[in-house]
Every structure is written in C-alpha cells, then in structure tokens.
Design a protein around this ligand. Structure first.
Ligand SMILES: [Zn+2]
Ligand SMILES: [Zn+2]
Length: 377
C-alpha cells in the first residue's frame, strides 16, 4: 500500500515536470474597444522544429508567464538547420505545444512561415489544417496551398535586409494584394518598426500586425521578469476563441505594441486612452488667478506621454506630462482670467506622442474635468 502511494506521488511529480511551467503569470491590463476583449497575441515565433532554440511547449510556458492570450508557432517551411537531430515534421511543434496550451487556457494557432528570398519575402499563414501541404518548390503553389485551407496570410518583416530597413513593394506584392491574399502586414517585427509598411496598411486597408519573431528563449531578448513586454498584436475579439481571433484579424480590429509605443486606428487608440486615464478629485478648485494640482490616474499598463495641444485659452497647464502605468500623476492648473465664478467643464487638449495613428500622426486626446472657480478674498 505504501509503495503504491509512493509510486503515485512519484508519477504526479513526473507529470508535473513534463511541461516546463513557471509559477506565476503577469497580468497585462489594457482596456479596449467597448464590447470586445483585448487579446494579447504573438503570431510569429520559432522552435527547434525550424531555426529556433526552444522546445514547443516552452513557447506556451513563456507566453503564459508573460500574460499573453494567443500565440502562433510559425516554423519555417523551407529552413531546418536542426534537421540532423530533429527530423523535419511539419506541424509537429503545434502537436507538442497544443495539450499544454489547452491546459493553461492559451489559444494556440496552427501556423507556418513561407520563407523565400525577397521578392516576395516571408509570409505567415495562420489557421492551417495541413502544414505539410505548403512544402512546395514554387512560391505560388505554396501560398496557394495555404489559401486552399482558408489561411490568414500576412507579410512578415517587409523591411528586413532592405537598405535602412525601408521596405520595397514589388510586383509580386501587387499580385498577392490583388488576389486578396495579403490580409495583414507586420509593421513591427521584434525591435524593428517599418513606418512605410504602416502607411501602406492605412492606404490599402491591410491589417496591422506586430510580433516578436523570437528564436531564442524570450528572456534572452526581453526583460520578461519585469516591466518589458515583447512586441505583440492587440486583437479586439468578441470572444476568446480561435474563430473570434480570425474574425477580428480579417476585420482589421488590431493595434500593435512595441516597447513604449502603440500603433492603431484613431478610434481604437482613443478607446484605450479614454478607458485608462481620468482626472480624479473633481471638481478642481481654482481660487482667483491661483493654481491647483489636478490628479490624473492611468489604470492601464501602457505609459502615456502627453504634449500640450492647442485650443484651451485662459489657463496655464503643463506643456508635457508622462502618465506612468498604474500610477496617479499630478499637474498644476492655473486660471489666467479675472472675475471667474461658479462651475465649468473644461477639456485640456494634448497629443499622445507615443501613440501613433499613422507614421507621422499622434493621437489627440483631452483631459476632461470640472472646475470650481472661487473668487479672491
Ligand atoms: Zn522571416
Ligand atoms: Zn520568422
């Protein structure tokens, strides 16, 4: 009986260690578009089944630890430098990672990266059934095999290996776009950001995507124990399931997060800002032409760097403020006009210099508050 008990405990411990599993998960707090979930997604990464240096289930453990909701393991179709030790098995990384992803409540998308010289370059294909079908000599046969499976396709790192990382749009990309086979584009890949790709996405209605494209353990490239978040795509999905992710990607409901910067459509970034930031301790009391400190809370995990906008006359206020994640910032506000009395609603205009609604455009916001003017004694 005792032996049996010992054996079952030993078995349990063994099972617990089959999958590497960190003991805590970061909680990333980013509000989104009302009515939608904000899913933190990394849709491009590699394992030992292509040129990565990580076992597939470790990708799940890392993503869970870092607070992600969705990942796609996208090993190269054409490039297998570990093939002498790990036989080429298309889709095997997904099979290994899937049970652990299911256990941990992480969505895992079956994917692959078609890897060709530029042009046309590299393309990620998501929601595949049969990865091996993409193993074709001809690029068009390969991407056609993905299309036949209803794959979601995006152009990876368009500026990679181009001069100054500035992407070039070749005739092959016209063909892909005209066929409706370029659903998305990475405007961010790891630490790289491609403003011209962002411009193309806006002009052509292509969904913006940002990913880590990580090959090593993520801790080698990001400070994952602390503040830093890997480059990722925020997907605004109706529900947390694979079909909702696909629907949101096709509908273009994404934003991209890289370091301190967010990229996305004005309505989407504004929804994030407006639900993260508000003035507390209202009404703000202003006595005569004196000043008072207003307190501004940022309840999200995104830093907001504000620069004075135009439009509000008769007040003095900070030309620049930084609203740090999970903190309350203060800012002096001064009344510059004589004889004011009673209550008024005011909106202080700012632009958020780290939120990009286009390559050259920053999000415009207002800090709204109620002010109580008290006459001078
Ligand atoms: Zn690539
Ligand atoms: Zn890659």
């Amino acid at each position: 009986m005792k032996k049996c008990c010992f054996l079952s405990v030993a078995l349990l411990i063994f099972q617990l260690h089959v999958n590497a599993q960190p003991d805590s998960r970061k909680v990333i707090n980013i509000p989104g578009i009302p009515g939608y979930l904000t899913l933190k997604c990394d849709l491009h990464m590699h394992t030992v089944f292509s040129d990565g240096n990580v076992w597939p289930s470790v990708r799940v453990a890392e993503a869970w630890q870092e607070g992600l909701d969705v990942i796609a393991i996208s090993d190269h179709i054409e490039y297998h430098p570990h093939a002498d030790d790990i036989p080429v098995q298309f889709g095997r990384a997904y099979e290994i990672a899937k049970p652990h992803a299911d256990d941990m409540g992480l969505l895992l998308i079956k994917a692959a990266e078609i890897t060709r010289q530029m042009p046309p370059g590299h393309f990620n294909c998501l929601f595949l059934e049969d990865v091996a079908a993409l193993d074709q000599e001809d690029f068009w046969a390969s991407i056609g095999a993905a299309v036949d499976q209803g794959a979601y396709i995006f152009w990876n790192h368009p500026g990679w290996r181009q001069k100054d990382e500035i992407p070039i749009w070749f005739s092959e990309h016209d063909s892909l776009y005209d066929l409706g086979w370029m659903h998305g584009m990475e405007i961010v890949n790891g630490g790289s950001y491609y403003p011209l790709a962002y411009q193309w996405c806006i002009e052509k209605g292509i969904t913006i995507i940002g990913n880590s494209d990580v090959h090593n353990p993520t801790g080698f490239e990001y400070l994952t124990g602390g503040e830093e978040t890997r480059s990722l795509t925020l997907v605004f999905a109706r529900e947390k399931n694979i079909e909702s992710v696909r629907e949101a990607l096709l509908a273009g409901r994404t934003a991209v997060w890289r370091g301190d910067e967010l990229y996305g459509k004005p309505a989407c970034l504004k929804a994030i800002f407006d639900q993260s930031v508000r003035v507390i301790s209202q009404p703000v009391k202003l006595k005569g032409k004196g000043f008072s400190y207003i307190q501004v809370i940022n309840e999200s995990d995104i830093v907001f760097k504000l620069k004075m906008g135009e439009g509000l006359k008769g007040f003095g206020y900070a030309p620049e403020i930084v609203l740090y994640p999970g903190r309350i910032g203060t800012m002096p506000l001064q009344n510059l006009t004589d004889g004011k009395e009673g209550q008024a609603d005011i909106s202080i205009p700012y632009t958020v210099t780290n939120l990009f609604t286009g390559p050259e455009e920053n999000l415009s916001v207002t800090l709204d508050m109620q002010v109580n003017f008290i006459p001078e004694d």
